[in-house]
Design a protein around this ligand. Sequence first.
Ligand SMILES: Nc1nc2c(ncn2[C@@H]2O[C@H](COP(=O)(O)OP(=O)(O)OP(=O)(O)O)[C@@H](O)[C@H]2O)c(=O)[nH]1
Ligand SMILES: [Mg+2]
Length: 329
Amino acid sequence: MSRTLPSKNEFIDGILTGNRMLLSRAITLIESTKQKHQDLAQEVIEGCLPYSGNSIRIGITGVPGVGKSTFIEAFGNHIIENQNRTLAVLAVDPSSSKTRGSILGDKTRMETLSNHPKAYVRPTPTSGSLGGVAQSTRETITLCEAAGFNTILIETVGVGQSETAVHSMVDFFLLLMLAGAGDELQGIKRGIMEMADAIAINKADSGNEEAAKRAMAEYKSALHLFPPTESGWIPKVATCSAVHGKGISDIWEIVDAFVRHTKTKGFFDKKRKEQANYWLDEAITQELHRSFYKNDELKHMLTQIRRQVQDGEISSYKAARILMDRFLG
Ligand SMILES: Nc1nc2c(ncn2[C@@H]2O[C@H](COP(=O)(O)OP(=O)(O)OP(=O)(O)O)[C@@H](O)[C@H]2O)c(=O)[nH]1
Ligand SMILES: [Mg+2]
């Protein structure tokens, strides 16, 4: 960011009128580690907050190669062309060592979307802790909504902790699976299936259709064994082919039915409020953590006290108490 920074109001006005260049620069501020950038970013977010929230937020997970990016391209084009929606695509992938090459790969897999005036595709932030990336993604959602995008898709790879973070920032969580590969093989844990509002068996094409249907039946009966969701929504299972665009409209229908179901019963807003609470607590934890560990005096004390704990001279609990007392003055 070598050019002079726009002012807070230039950012806010630009975002509210859908200026992509300013939206992108504001997201870069959010992702920046410089204090000056962070401060400005927070002011911009605050200015955008009253204009945010009016969207459907969808998380998409599944093991590498299951077809998430290809699916997003097909699904995104469908909802833009046939449902008159607008779309922002984000990704949470902090553990990945993705090279620039595969980010470009993502862009080519989302070629139409990347160039569509009604879509905005933001490449994955390449570094940062999960906590940091999750927070900046949430803030990015706020800006994208203020910029007028009424559908937010967040891609995350389904092998680690990141899907839990994404689950707690979306309204609807979609799990992509493949037929013929056992759950172990797909690396999908039961907990992730439990989070899903729908499962789509992708690559139901090229002779794989029957296997996909069988997998669909299996997952349907497996999902019945899970405890019922609070809203009474029963997770749906479908098959699709992202590459051939088959079954994509059905999945939008499922999302739409889910939103109607949860909105009429008040669960849609309730979940968002719970999520806001959760992220507030997360932010407090992170802020405490950050200010504790950046304190020079404590750093010094910690080095010494660590040695005493290792040598068994003092218990770790007591050591922590001493440090906390000093921290709190
Ligand atoms: N036959 C078939 N191939 C597909 C389908 N969807 C995706 N693929 C192929 O599967 C490969 C991986 O697709 P991606 O969309 O990059 O998968 P991804 O889940 O985003 O992968 P990561 O971002 O690496 O986690 C590509 O070669 C796609 O062309 C499908 O519906 N049918
Ligand atoms: Mg991908």
